[in-house]
Design a binder for this molecule. Structure first.
Ligand code: ME8
Length: 517
C-alpha cells in the first residue's frame, strides 16, 4: 500500500531440536507481539522466523539417530512449526536454511565476496566449538574451553576460506558510535566494542572441509559454507535477495528490529553488519540482545532433565496466560528466573482478578441494569475525566515502550489502566446508583465509561494476548471500525449499539492445591 510505513522484525532461526523450551519461545513470542503491535498501528509489518539446519552439530545428531541429516531435520521442523502454532505466533515466512532459494542466496553471496576479494583461501589452524559452531583463537580461549558454553574445544586444522573481517573493523566501530540505538541494551554494545572490536578483529574462517552437511561452495567442491555465514543471511534470502523468490528487498530492507539472545549477539553485531557492509547493504536499525530465562538452579538443558516444556504449560494454563507471563514477568534486557508458582500468581491476580473481574462486572451490571444495552441518554460528571484522560494517553505510552522495546513495562502500563478502571467502579458504585431510579442517566454513563475503557484495553492487549483481546471486544460487540489504532484517538467514539450478554470468566482462577495434586 502506498504511503504505508514498513516494519521488518526477525527472530533467530532455531537449531532444529526436539527440546525447544520456554527460553526459545521467549524471542518468538516477543517478535510476534511486536509484529502484531506494528500492524495494529497501521504498519506494513513483516515478521520472519525459521530453522538453522546445517552444520557439524546437526550432522552428528542425525548420525546418532541413524538418519540422513535431511531426514532428521525434516522430522524436527514440523515440531518447531507446531510449537509456534501452539503459541499463536503468526509469522509471514518460515525460513529453512535447506530451502533451495536460501542455498542460492548463500552461494551467490559467497561468490560475490570471493570475487571482490573479501574472502580468500588459506589454512585454518585453531580451536573449534562444535556445539556452538564457533571458532576461537588461543588468545580468546587460552584454557581450551569455549568462552560461551564452557565445553572443551577441539583442535581443527584444514584448508579453508577466510573473510577479511579486520578490513571493516574501523567502519563498524564508527557505525556503532554514530548509531547509539544499533545495539541494545547499551551494556551489550560496550561488551562487543571492548571485548571484541577494540582488541582487533581476526579474519573469520568461513568454510569447512571436514564434513559435508552445509551449503557447498559452488566454485570449490569439498568446501561447505561455515554455518553462521549460511544462517545470518536468512534475513536476506527471506526477502528474495539473490534468489528466485519475489523480491521484497525494496519493501522491507533493512530490518527495523532483530531480536536475538545474548549468546548470539556477537554473531549479529560483528559478523552480520560486516557481511552487510561488504555487500553494500544498509544495516539493521536495531539489534536487541535479550537475556535468558533461567531456572533457580541455572540453565535449562536436556541432559539435566530440567527443560520447561511450553506445550505442557499451554495445556495447563492456555496460550495467552503463558504469553502474558513470559512478556510481563521476564525482564527483557537481563536474565530472569522462571517459576510456575509466579506464573500461577500472575494468572490469578492480573488475569483472573484484575482483568477478568473488570470485564465480568461490566457485562454483568450492564445486563442487570440495562438488559445488556447502555442507553444513549447519559449524565457525564467531572469525576469521569481522570479515567478518560488515562485511556487517551495510554496508546502513546505503550507505543513508546514498544519502541524501546520493553514488553514488561508496556504491559505494566496497560495494567495500571486496568486498575484505574477497577478503581472507577469502586468509587462510582454502580450498585448504589442502581437502587435509585433518579440516577439512571448517571448509571448509564458509568457503564459507558467502563465499556469504553475496556474497548481501549482490549485493543491494546490484543498484540500481547491475541485471543483475550479479541474476546473482550467480542463480548462488548465492538464493531470492526472501533477496533483500530485510529479509533483510540478519542474516548467516547464507540456507540455500543448492540446489546451484550454477561461474559464467561476470561481466566479461571487456578487452585494451587489442585495444581500440586
Ligand atoms: O543460536 N532463554 O539457535 P538456538 C532465552 N541457530 N532465550 C534462549 C534460551 C533461554 N533459556 N535458550 C536459548 C541459534 N535461547 C542459531 C541462531 S540466527 C541467524 C542463528 C535463545 O536454537 C538463544 O539465545 O541455539 C537464541 O537467540 C535462540 O534461542 C535460538 O537458539
Amino acid at each position: 500500500m502506498s504511503g504505508q510505513k514498513k516494519f521488518y522484525v526477525t527472530t533467530p532461526i532455531y537449531y532444529p531440536s526436539s527440546d525447544l523450551h520456554i527460553g526459545h519461545t521467549y524471542t518468538t513470542v516477543a517478535a510476534d507481539t511486536m509484529n502484531r503491535f506494528k500492524k495494529l498501528q497501521g504498519y506494513d509489518s513483516y515478521f520472519i522466523t525459521g530453522t538453522d539446519e546445517h552444520g557439524q552439530k546437526i550432522e552428528k545428531i542425525a548420525l546418532e539417530h541413524n538418519m540422513s541429516p535431511q531426514e532428521y531435520v525434516d522430522g524436527v521442523v514440523s515440531g518447531v512449526k507446531k510449537l509456534w502454532d501452539t503459541m499463536n505466533v503468526q509469522y509471514n515466512q518460515f525460513i529453512r536454511t535447506t530451502d533451495v532459494d536460501h542455498i542460492e542466496t548463500i552461494q551467490a553471496i559467497f561468490r560475490k565476496l570471493y570475487e571482490q576479494g573479501d574472502i580468500y583461501k588459506g589454512k585454518y589452524e585453531g580451536l573449534y566449538c562444535t556445539p556452538c559452531e564457533s571458532f576461537w583463537t588461543e588468545s580468546q580461549a587460552p584454557d581450551g574451553i569455549c568462552p560461551d558454553c564452557k565445553r572443551k574445544l577441539e583442535q581443527a586444522s584444514e584448508e579453508a576460506y577466510f573473510f577479511r573481517m579486520s578490513k571493516y573493523a574501523d567502519r563498524l566501530l564508527a557505525y556503532m558510535e554514530e548509531h547509539p540505538d544499533f545495539i541494545q541494551p547499551e551494556a551489550r554494545k560496550n561488551e562487543m566494542i571492548n571485548n571484541f572490536i577494540k582488541p582487533g578483529l581476526q579474519d573469520l574462517c568461513v568454510s569447512r572441509t571436514s564434513f559435508q552437511w552445509g551449503v557447498p561452495v559452488d566454485f570449490d567442491p569439498g568446501h561447505v559454507v561455515y554455518v553462521w555465514i549460511d544462517a545470518l543471511p536468512n534475513y536476506l534470502s527471506a526477502l528474495g535477495y539473490c534468489n528466485e523468490k519475489e523480491d521484497k528487498m525494496a519493501s522491507y530492507w533493512p530490518p527495523d528490529l532483530q531480536l536475538v539472545g545474548k549468546d548470539i549477539i556477537r554473531f549479529h553485531t560483528i559478523y552480520w553488519p560486516i557481511i552487510l557492509m561488504a555487500l553494500d547493504l544498509p544495516l539493521p536499525e536495531k539489534i536487541y540482545g535479550h537475556g535468558w530465562i533461567l531456572l533457580k538452579e541455572g540453565k535449562m538443558s536436556k541432559s539435566l532433565g530440567n527443560v520447561v516444556d511450553p506445550v505442557e504449560l499451554v495445556k495447563k494454563y492456555g496460550t495467552d496466560a503463558l504469553r502474558y507471563y513470559i512478556l510481563r514477568e521476564m525482564n527483557f534486557g537481563g536474565d530472569s528466573a522462571y517459576s510456575e508458582d509466579l506464573l500461577i500468581s500472575r494468572i490469578n491476580s492480573d488475569l483472573a482478578n484484575d482483568l477478568g473481574n473488570l470485564l465480568n462486572r461490566t457485562t454483568a451490571m450492564t445486563v442487570k441494569y440495562f438488559d445488556g444495552q447502555i442507553p444513549p441518554v447519559r449524565e457525564e460528571r467531572p469525576e469521569d475525566e481522570e479515567l478518560k484522560e488515562q485511556m487517551i494517553s495510554l496508546p502513546g505510552k505503550v507505543s513508546k515502550l514498544m519502541d524501546q522495546p520493553d514488553f514488561a513495562k508496556a504491559l505494566e502500563t496497560i495494567w495500571k489502566a486496568v486498575s484505574a478502571t477497577n478503581k472507577y467502579i469502586d468509587e462510582n458504585k454502580p450498585w448504589a446508583l442502581g437502587k435509585n431510579p433518579e440516577e439512571k442517566d448517571r448509571l448509564a454513563q458509568v457503564m459507558y465509561q467502563l465499556s469504553e475503557s475496556l474497548r481501549f484495553l482490549g485493543i491494546l492487549i490484543g498484540p500481547f494476548m491475541p485471543e483475550t483481546g479479541k474476546k473482550i471486544l467480542d463480548y462488548l460487540n465492538v464493531e470492526e471500525e472501533y477496533r483500530s489504532w485510529n479509533s483510540l484517538h478519542a474516548f467516547g467514539l464507540c456507540p455500543f449499539e448492540k446489546r451484550y450478554d454477561r461474559c464467561e470468566p476470561l481466566f479461571p482462577r487456578i487452585e494451587r492445591k489442585k495444581e500440586k495434586e
